[in-house]
Design a protein around this ligand. Structure first.
Ligand SMILES: *Cc1c(COP(=O)(O)O)cnc(C)c1O
Length: 649
């Protein structure tokens, strides 16, 4: 916790404390005042119509000299006129007052009439923490920059808490409404007005085929799936990337309008194991001032994914088929971002899940699912989310939702395929590329025939295993670094003066060790913290096939893609540790037609199964035959990729 006092002058004798209906903001404000430990004339402005608010004021034992009810003054929102009125009633001058608040909009209203302001920072973990001044980026900068210059990932300076009445206020909200409400907690109104944000969100989800955007579907009393694949490329990454594309375009356009002499352009570079690429391409095709280069491992994405990417022939879209693995592609992308000269010259932007806006966009559907479930089964829902995981983006969004205050009775379920670095972490506390201690409960490691759309699965020398769920075939999970920061933070002693900085150092150390040794072991206390919020399971290819079969023959019969199958299979195991009231929501990340080979392999013996007739959406007709545009990259070489980009931007 800190109060920025740099603008604190000697003439300040009065402190105004604003508190609306947000309990945490109030607690923050009071804690902030106590830090100051000086004799000031303290004026409290509270929303006096709610009993809770007054209870809060009294129970905080803050000694104050005047208390006003905002609502009795005639205001329900921060307004310069209200502060003017208070000053007049107390015969104070603006220049001798300072306003302390945890919300920027309170401060802005006060600043308009010349009251100085102090912003109180808070982290959800520790309100007493002394946050050091760090260089903070605006949302716009974070979105356009992607990776931090030191190679780290951006996280918000604090995780905002949900407004006190969110359950009542948001229950009838549409996807777009929830999206605006959640994003507004992270994005300052100075950067995007509510109107601007709403229109960007609406535009982004207009391309979805389902009115609810991410509908919840019941499979059993205690088992639901959240279908995230009703966007243009039939997989969940559309949810984030449709919005990201519009954010990119909006911010660039605004910058270029402000400064028409220099036209700012963005070169988006990304690596994909399939779904990110097509979703990014659909998010950015034909967008002004943006070129997009997507690297995919040649012949290691499904035919439909490959077709979805390479049949987009807009001039700003460039597909690079790299001889190598997904991790090779990702390493090249990381190297390009780390190359400051190249980065500055081409103004690189990221679409991989390292881009913070993607995580943020994905928190929205956890809330939507929660409300859908409440509508389906009543108000007291004990929910567990289970998420098929690769780069730890989708599930990290769930972690943020939880930390914001979304109730989750069950632990967040990490479901991995045979590339199980995460499942092993939760088992052992070791984050290591190579599997040095095979899990005792893991069945045979033999690859299933027909894996990855016809190719026999192999273990290549990088250690990535080809599985039936290729969008989760990773060696390391890029977003896991973000979780590690929170785990480290909780385990830094509270009396450490720069707790956040210390957590950052610890994570940097772990990541460096990972880079040099291919493994790192976290202290037991850190693992313990990780286990409080998450559980993890690994699912083999055989189990994926079993899961597809059993859900096809279930009632209702439901055809799932192999990634969703990982989630469903893991969920069954996780359910054994759940209380009887817990309802599972499994995130369904792709439409089965995108991974036809795995689905056909699983169901080929099943009577009455007709892939073309039952599963294939009509939109896929003729896709494989369409004209393509792709550049072959003969070796996984950074310089080669650089020269290709330079020749084409
Ligand atoms: C990307 C992807 C995943 C994994 O999501 P992460 O955010 O990387 O954990 C799962 N399923 C499908 C279909 C995907 O495209």
């Amino acid at each position: 916790m800190s109060v920025t006092t740099d603008i604190w002058g000697d003439d300040i004798r009065t402190i105004l404390v604003q508190s609306w209906h947000h309990q945490n903001a109030w607690i923050d404000a009071v804690a902030g005042l106590k830090i100051l430990k000086k004799d000031y004339f303290v004026v409290v402005l509270a929303n006096g119509t709610t009993r809770l608010q007054l209870d809060l004021v009294y129970s905080s034992q803050l000694s104050f000299h005047a208390l006003f009810s905002s609502q009795l003054l005639g205001f329900t929102k921060p307004d310069p006129k209200m502060y003017q009125k208070v000053l007049e009633l107390l015969n104070l001058e603006a220049k001798e007052c300072i306003m302390v608040a945890a919300h920027a909009y309170d401060l802005r209203a006060a600043a308009k009439i010349g009251i100085k302001t102090a912003y109180i920072h808070r982290t959800t973990e520790d309100p007493e923490e002394d946050m050091q001044q760090v260089r903070k980026l605006s949302f716009e900068e974070t979105v356009l920059t992607g990776l931090a210059p030191n190679g780290g990932l951006y996280i918000p300076t604090f995780i905002p808490k949900l407004p006190e009445n969110w359950k009542e206020d948001w229950q009838g909200y549409s996807f777009v409404d929830i999206s605006v409400a959640v994003l507004s907690l992270y994005i300052s109104r100075d950067e995007l007005s509510e109107q601007e944000l709403r229109s960007l969100v609406m535009k982004s989800y207009a391309s979805f085929r389902h009115p609810e955007i991410t509908p919840l579907k019941k499979l059993e009393d205690k088992k639901y799936v959240l279908e995230l694949w009703h966007g243009p490329t039939w997989a969940f990454k559309d949810v984030a990337l449709q919005l990201l594309g519009n954010l990119f375009e909006f911010f660039l356009q605004r910058r270029n309008e402000k400064n028409p002499k220099i036209i700012e352009k963005l070169t988006v570079v990304g690596a994909t194991s399939g779904d990110t690429g097509s979703a990014a391409i659909y998010g950015l095709r034909n967008k002004a001032n943006i070129s997009i280069f997507i690297l995919h491992p040649k012949d290691r994405v499904s035919p439909i994914q490959e077709a979805q990417m390479t049949t987009v022939t807009d001039a700003n879209v460039h597909n690079l088929a790299v001889k190598g693995t997904f991790d090779d592609c990702q390493d090249i992308v990381k190297a390009l971002f780390a190359d400051t000269e190249f980065n500055a010259k081409h103004h690189l932007g990221a679409v991989n899940s390292i881009n913070w806006a993607r995580i943020l966009a994905q928190t929205v559907y956890y809330f939507l699912a929660y409300f859908s479930l409440r509508r389906a089964i009543g108000e007291d829902v004990d929910v567990q989310f289970v998420v098929p995981t690769g780069n730890f983006g989708d599930i990290l969004a769930g972690y943020y939702a939880k930390k914001m205050g979304l109730p989750m009775a069950g632990k967040l379920g990490v479901a991995t395929n045979a590339n199980d670095i995460l499942a092993r972490f939760w088992k052992t506390g070791r984050y290591e590329k190579a599997d040095s201690s095979p899990l005792d409960d893991s069945p045979s490691m033999q690859p299933a025939a027909g894996s990855s759309d016809g190719k026999q699965a192999t273990q290549d020398n990088s250690g990535v295993k080809e599985t039936l769920s290729p969008a989760m075939d990773i060696l390391v999970s890029s977003n896991f670094e973000r979780l590690l920061w929170y785990l480290a933070y909780v385990n830094v002693p509270e009396d450490e003066s720069d707790r956040r900085g210390k957590a950052g150092e610890i994570v940097a150390g772990w990541m460096n060790q990972m880079k040099s040794d291919g493994k790192v072991e976290v202290p037991a206390s850190v693992l313990e913290t990780a286990r409080q919020d998450f559980c993890a399971e690994r699912v083999s290819d055989e189990q994926i096939l079993t899961s597809i079969q059993s859900h096809f023959s279930g009632i209702p019969s439901y055809v799932v893609d192999p990634h969703t199958a990982v989630g469903l299979f893991a969920a069954e195991r996780m359910a054994q540790h759940n209380g009887p009231s817990v309802v599972q929501v499994i995130l369904s990340t792709a439409h089965p037609a995108k991974f036809s080979e795995a689905v056909s392999t699983a169901l080929k013996e099943t009577p009455n199964f007709d892939f073309e007739g039952q599963i294939m959406p009509k939109e896929f007709n003729g896709l494989l035959q369409k004209e393509r545009r792709v550049v072959d990259v003969e070796s996984a070489d950074v310089d080669l990729v650089k020269s290709i980009i330079e020749a084409r931007v």
